[in-house]
Design a protein around this ligand. Structure first.
Ligand code: SAH
Length: 511
């Protein structure tokens, strides 16, 4: 009996021009499902860092400008070889895979080897770069179309050359990719073809990334401006009257928080909403989890099984998660809590309780703190009641001591602890490579993990700006040598986002 060979699958995916949000949902899904991702220098580091998939292999098949047929053949072979083993392979490319991306050649290699493939188009720099520079590639008032050409022409005779003379006469915008090194050649050809020396040209470098830069010049000055401004690849040039729209429509490079890269660091990424206002002002917001929760033994499950308690007190969503796990491992469910009164410290915990166990809290104090809860208990009277308290390891004493003083019995069980997220240092390294400027932290342990990770990477601690959710977190961060530039008011994540935003706006005015 012959053994059937497993058949893999190849996705040729366009990663877009650089900003992680400019990749398609289909492309993201392909990456999430892949065993191996082959990427090159044009696939944005921000994108790759934003898509961490556990256990996935990633291979940099570095192919820079000028690397020839040989390198491409080796890549084709690698794609085929991995897929032939039965793996799902993603070949991730910058922009669109078939716009000067050799996607066609890679697809042919798959077809020849009998490997199923798909082509997932991407947002190409052809349209993304002009859009982010405020230059519409077509506009009814200036031009009726646009042409895309390579500015890097091969010398061989048998390849069809770009007809620059025809382009010069066409009256359309001309978008030139890979045109930095040979600008002398294409600009000379267009001038010779009859385009006026004053025709506007824009160089758009590293479009859609935090380092995007646009240099506006004229056809006659294109080489001089490249040299004077140090324009480097990857950059496109766009030639034609459409460039004039930039005076009116420039937007991306004008935004107040442009260049700021802000990381949120809690394990659960529901802070994103709070930080969206920073994104609207031009900052890039990353998720960089620094801490995570570890559940501790099953003493909580045993306590639940005893069921001698009359009240349950919860002080965070983590406590709710610990409770839910413990119920499960004690082979019980929320019905076993039917005769128990449930106390929560604030609305976030109440929400978690409702969402994960379908239970409504009986007691929610007006003041959302341990002291508020104790005051509430004092008003109602808790003499003789037996509280079960799934707590954080080394939690503060205020709540259990306060309830005991009121004559209650408190069975406090250390049920979870905050530990360093195992990938924190690696993620921080990639965030720094993406130009990280601010880190928002919500606990003293996050301050510790951040300081430890920076030390491990040999990165100066005081170069990053830190925003802290409250004074305790801020104090620990300062003790660890971090530079705290914003302390949230009020002490919530929304408050922190607002405080970082106003700190940044004020420091802009100072310049
Ligand atoms: N498949 C890619 C193009 C690959 S050819 C796409 O669809 O965008 C490489 C050229 O693309 C570069 O030399 C440059 O001209 C252009 N390019 C790619 N990304 C760019 C970016 N972020 N900003 C400006 N130009 C870019």
């Amino acid at each position: 009996m012959s053994e059937k060979r497993p058949v893999g699958f190849v996705s040729l995916v366009g990663g877009g021009p650089g900003a992680p949000g400019l990749m398609t949902l289909h492309g993201r899904r392909a990456i999430e499902r892949a065993d191996v991702v082959l990427y090159d220098h044009l696939a944005s580091p921000a994108l790759i860092a934003s898509l961490i998939v556990e256990g996935q292999e990633r291979i940099h098949v570095g192919k820079t400008a000028g690397a020839g047929l040989h390198a491409q053949n080796a890549i084709n072979e690698l794609i085929v070889q991995r897929a032939s083993r039965g793996e799902r392979v993603v070949r991730l490319k910058g922009g669109d895979p078939c716009v000067f991306g050799r996607g066609g050649e890679e697809a042919s290699a798959c077809r020849e080897a009998g490997i199923p493939f798909e082509i997932v188009p991407g947002v190409s720099s052809v349209s993304a770069a002009p859009a982010y520079a405020g230059i519409p590639v077509t506009h009814r008032d200036t031009n009726s179309g646009y042409t895309v050409v390579t500015g890097h022409e091969r010398e061989d005779e048998d390849v069809q050359r770009v007809d620059w003379v025809e382009l010069a006469r066409g009256g359309r915008s001309i978008v030139i990719l890979m045109g930095v090194l040979q600008a002398e050649r294409w600009s000379g050809a267009l001038l010779k073809g009859g385009l006026a020396g004053e025709t506007p040209v824009a160089w758009i470098e590293r479009a859609t990334t935090v380092r995007q830069r646009t240099v506006v010049t004229t056809l006659a000055e294109v080489v001089a401006s490249r040299d004077a401004e140090g324009v480097r690849a990857p950059a496109i040039a766009i030639v034609g009257d459409a460039v004039r729209w930039r005076d009116e429509l420039a937007w991306y490079e004008e935004r107040p928080l442009r260049g700021e890269v802000v990381a949120t660091t809690r394990a659960i990424s529901d802070d994103r909403g709070a930080f969206e206002s920073l994104e609207d002002q031009g900052a890039v917001v990353l998720h960089l989890p620094l801490t995570c929760q570890r559940h501790l033994d099953n003493r909580l499950a045993e306590a639940l099984a005893d069921s001698t308690f009359t009240d349950l007190v919860l002080t965070s969503a983590n406590g709710v998660r610990a409770l839910s796990r413990a119920l499960e491992s004690a082979d019980r469910d929320s019905r076993d809590l039917a005769n128990v009164e449930i106390w929560v410290v604030g609305p976030g915990t109440a929400r978690a309780l409702r969402n994960s166990l379908g239970l409504r809290a009986d007691h929610l104090p007006a003041l959302h703190s341990a002291a508020g809860l104790v005051t509430h208990a004092q008003r109602l009277g808790v003499q003789g009641r037996r509280f079960l308290f799934p707590a954080a390891a080394a939690a503060r004493r205020e709540l259990p001591d306060g309830l005991s003083e009121l004559g209650a019995q408190v069975n406090e069980i250390a049920s979870y602890e905050t530990v360093a997220e195992p990938t924190a240092t690696a993620r921080l390294e990639s965030a720094l490579a993406q130009g990280l400027t601010w880190v928002a932290i919500a606990s003293p342990s996050a301050a510790d993990v951040l300081a430890d990770a920076l030390e491990a990477l040999g990165h100066p601690l005081d170069q990053l700006s830190v925003g802290a959710v409250g004074p305790t977190t801020a104090q620990r961060a300062r003790e660890r040598g971090l530079k705290v530039r914003a302390v949230a008011e009020p002490h919530t994540m929304d408050g922190l986002a607002a405080t970082i935003s106003s700190t940044l706006s004020t420091s802009l005015e100072e310049y």
